[in-house]
Design a protein around this ligand. Structure first.
Ligand SMILES: CC(C)(COP(=O)(O)OP(=O)(O)OC[C@H]1O[C@@H](n2cnc3c(N)ncnc32)[C@H](O)[C@@H]1OP(=O)(O)O)[C@@H](O)C(=O)NCCC(=O)NCCS
Length: 382
């Protein structure tokens, strides 16, 4: 039971089912697994669009013309470099988790953004685009620095997804890898009032700046109940090791009241529509790389979890994403950073929306502790 009434106050734990504002950006119908960005179906966008086009759509409210997209893309490519000072900071904190490093570096970038204090909608969008452009440079540079390698400079000839993989691995990715990364960024770009977007909105509601709100978003995304699941799913698959062991492994978790990572969602009580696009890739990439076992293990886990569908527990976007990243050679601890790279436009959009008709977000907690206790001096306490 999530709704309780004490002293005539209705409590909605986790703000479950609570609407706190209106939006024209993202529509989710969790009962049938439907997701629209600005009215466009996620399946169409994942199959026909590009991440650059989706960012434009989200932040400008309409699909761009060819000319609009070209100018927009040129700007994104031009904004990829990060200051040497930020590279030094990354170097100093290189032993931290990649999400902690990303959070720290985004925070540091605020000192170098000429519009940091400008909270007009146009400036919020410009800053969000600069962060979108620079964040992959942070994640890739950190991974190389911690491995004792030199960071790779952004390559303006590659699109957003391709350039990220290029900076990460130091070589140009294949068309197929570039496309997979692009689709992955599209799938993660926006998702309504999820926990990290809500955290960004709460920050924005105090009239703080975009960088601070995005830092709140990154901090909130890090948790395994939100963005950390892809990494956990892959760890689980590695621990299982062989498809025939998947059944026993999952049953053991469930028998002990645990959760199988990559299943369940606060809003989706049908299959997360984003999962489909990573499922196909997990299968085909596994075969192409001579490692079909990961998809087989995940398929077995789905079978074990089938009875849970009656309770609205289906696979979510993270379930297949982890295996796709793994097969592309991406280190497990940056899976979640990839989610963050895709989500920066979504956080920017939420902050811009919050600012458009701002009100301080400040809910209440119902006090049920003792009242009017007598303060006893420390010398007299036992
Ligand atoms: C995402 C998540 C936090 C959403 O949870 P929620 O809507 O708050 O639902 P609850 O945590 O209250 O769970 C409701 C019930 O479903 C069960 N459940 C939820 N996810 C489950 C999972 N992955 N495996 C097994 N049981 C699960 C809970 O144990 C609970 O059972 P109970 O009512 O018997 O106690 C939850 O599904 C989860 O922890 N999933 C695993 C992590 C994950 O994949 N996160 C990525 C989300 S995109």
């Amino acid at each position: 039971m999530t709704t309780t009434a004490t002293n005539k106050v209705e409590i909605r734990r986790g703000l479950m089912g609570v609407y706190f504002d209106r939006t024209d950006s993202c529509f989710i119908d969790g009962t049938i697994g439907k997701l629209l960005y600005r009215g466009y179906d996620i399946h169409e966008l994942a199959e026909k669009s590009t991440f650059e086009e989706v960012i434009y759509l989200l932040l400008n409210g309409k699909l761009p013309t060819r000319r609009e997209l070209d100018g927009f893309d040129r700007q994104l490519r031009a904004d990829r470099d990060i200051p040497d000072d930020v590279l030094d900071i990354i170097n100093k904190v290189k032993d931290g988790h990649p999400m902690d490093v990303l959070r720290t570096a985004v925070s540091a970038l605020s000192a170098y953004d000429p519009e940091v204090k400008d909270n007009s909608e146009a400036a919020i969008i410009r800053k969000g685009l600069r962060l979108t452009a620079k964040a992959p440079t942070i994640v890739a540079a950190h991974d190389r620095i911690r491995k004792g390698l030199k960071p790779v400079k952004p390559n303006a000839n590659l699109n957003h997804a391709g350039n990220f993989l290029y900076m990460l691995f130091g070589k140009e990715p294949s068309e197929d890898e570039m496309h997979i990364m692009d689709v992955d960024f599209i799938l993660h770009a926006e998702h309504g009032a999820n926990a990290s977007a809500f955290a960004a909105r709460v920050a924005a509601s105090t009239q703080t700046d975009l960088h601070s709100a995005v830092v709140a978003g990154i901090a909130t995304l890090k948790g395994p109940a939100h963005g950390g699941a892809a990494e956990e799913v892959m760890k689980m698959a590695e621990e299982i090791g062989q498809p025939e062991k998947a059944d026993g492994y999952a049953r053991n978790i469930l028998d002990h009241g645990g959760r199988v990572m990559g299943f369940g969602h606060r809003v989706y009580k049908a299959e997360d529509p984003r999962a489909r696009h990573m499922r196909e890739r997990s299968h085909t990439l596994g075969i192409a790389k001579g490692q079909p076992q990961w998809f087989e293990i995940l398929t077995k886990l789905q079978e074990v979890m089938k009875p849970y569908q009656a309770r609205g527990i289906f696979v979510n976007v993270d379930f297949f994403a982890g295996s796709v990243y793994y097969l592309m050679g991406i280190p497990e601890d940056i899976f979640i950073s990839i989610f963050a790279l895709g989500r920066i436009p979504g956080w920017t959009l939420n902050v811009a929306e919050q600012y458009r008709s701002n009100i301080l977000i400040r809910p209440l907690t119902d006090y049920n502790g003792p009242m009017d206790l007598e303060y006893v001096p420390i010398s007299q306490r036992r």
